[in-house]
Design a protein around this ligand. Structure first.
Ligand code: GUN
Ligand code: ZN
Length: 434
């Protein structure tokens, strides 16, 4: 079926809401519709107008549920599915004790393909239609991920991790092989269908200066690729990174010295940045990725979202699950924890801003808003349908809710995969059972 008219309460964002009552930042139709043709949105708006355009296209009626752009997760690790919820460690021990041993399994292409399949099933079940994913160091893991993503026609960003030191033997490449494997994957996958490649030096601790030079060369040779890495997550990590790169002014400067800051550079965590580092991120347009469930779970610290957004030189910010340091695949659960992290610092994130962040905000941060994160005509039809009555707890609370903002806050605070009624990937219904 190449045409479909989706009917429901249609919500999308035109820009970042400046306040909790800034409904002018939203486009909301109580009786709305989205007309999709060959995977792209032709029109979205009120039902009578859009249905006139749609002619006799088949209708799927989702009323009274909300129809939004699919969620975007700006940072997650697909090879960590089987270590999510591992007890008792801070970052560096967690990497050594759980993560690195687990990731060595991904030299096996069959295992990688199976987990890639389960990972994307889980993303979709939770309403996420785009993820910026880390693979393992093995080329086979990235091939498995891209094959699985491409076969579902998902817009995903991914890369083979580059790491050539401070990790087990089965989990390291070399500066040369990391360069060549990344280059081959870019040639094979970047721009194939909806796939995008991210050059992925894991972090300064596991990349030698020689490997950072190779990452720099890749980024210079492929400026249309993203770069993704980790930065300033935990104090022991920061100390070690600064010891390994003594010439750098600070941790952020390590990446700056290798030309890795920029508008398409995504840095997970960024919890403990100094003002100088925040300025360097801001000047280069680099993206700080807030991973609340992970930051809480690993005891890494409180990301100061409002400080970064409201400072004189604001940062681009995205929000992400960081599975499996993060503890949930759901962007609703993630923003719920994000709200609490922000509250602990005396600030609030209002529900409109929160839903902007997980849709258009993340799309803009990831430079993909021309294709996803809005319901604009001409963009790809990646859509989530949300049910605010999904559980008894939610149903009872809904009886006393009057406004869209309250409903969104309920969905964020109490919702999870049960609140995801349907997901469309490039116009095709894709939600799976439990
Ligand atoms: N820093 C380097 N690698 C990782 C990782 O896999 N997860 C998290 N949370 N931090 C990292
Ligand atoms: Zn991470």
């Amino acid at each position: 079926m190449s045409e479909i008219l989706i009917r429901g309460r249609v919500l999308s964002f035109l820009r970042e809401p400046v306040a909790g009552d800034d409904l002018a930042a939203c486009r909301y139709e109580e009786d709305g519709a989205v007309f999709i043709k060959r995977g792209k949105i032709v029109a979205a708006g009120d039902f009578s107008t859009v249905s006139a355009v749609a002619g006799d296209a088949p209708v799927t009626d989702h009323r009274p549920h909300l129809v939004l752009p699919g969620f975007i997760d700006a940072h997650a690790h697909f090879p960590q599915m089987q270590i999510i919820a591992s007890y008792g460690a801070e970052l560096l021990d967690w990497l050594n004790d759980y993560t690195f041993p687990e990731e060595t399994k991904f030299s096996d292409a069959q295992h990688a393909r199976r987990i890639a399949r389960l990972f994307l099933d889980e993303m979709i079940r939770h309403g996420t239609t785009t993820v910026a994913a880390y693979c393992s160091v093995h080329m086979a893991s990235a091939e498995a991920f891209f094959e699985e993503s491409h076969s579902r026609d998902m817009l995903n960003i991914a890369g083979k991790v580059m790491m050539d030191r401070n990790a087990p033997a089965g989990l390291i490449d070399t500066p040369q092989s990391g360069y060549e494997d990344s280059k081959a994957l870019i040639a094979q996958w970047h721009g194939k269908g909806r796939q995008l490649y991210a050059i992925t030096p894991r972090f300064a601790i596991t990349s030698s200066p020689e490997q950072m030079e190779m990452a720099q060369a890749l980024a210079a040779e492929h400026p249309d690729c993203h770069v993704q890495s980790h930065l300033s997550e935990n104090h022991a990590e920061i100390r070690w990174a600064e010891q390994l790169y003594p010439q750098a002014k600070d941790y952020t400067d390590v990446y700056a010295r290798y030309g890795l800051l920029g508008r398409k550079s995504l840095f997970g965590h960024c919890i403990h940045l100094s003002d100088r580092e925040a300025d360097a991120m801001s000047e280069t347009g680099s993206v700080a990725v807030f991973c609340p469930t992970s930051n809480l779970f690993l005891g890494s610290g409180l990301f100061d979202y409002q400080r970064y957004r409201k400072r004189e030189r604001p940062l681009h910010v995205a929000v992400a699950t960081d599975v499996g340091g993060g503890t949930n695949y759901s962007m609703l659960r993630t923003l719920d924890e994000g709200y609490k992290v922000i509250a602990l610092q005396g600030e609030k994130l209002n529900p409109l801003a929160s839903f902007w962040q997980m849709t258009r905000g993340n799309a803009e941060a990831l430079s993909i808003a021309e294709r996803a994160g809005t319901l604009d005509a001409g963009t790809d039809a990646d859509i989530v349908v949300l049910d605010a009555w999904a559980t008894p707890t939610m149903r009872t609370r809904m009886e006393t809710i009057d406004t869209l903002s309250e409903e969104l806050f309920l969905l964020q605070t109490l919702g999870d995969d049960r609140a995801v009624r349907e997901v469309y990937i490039a116009g095709r219904a894709a939600k799976l059972g439990d």
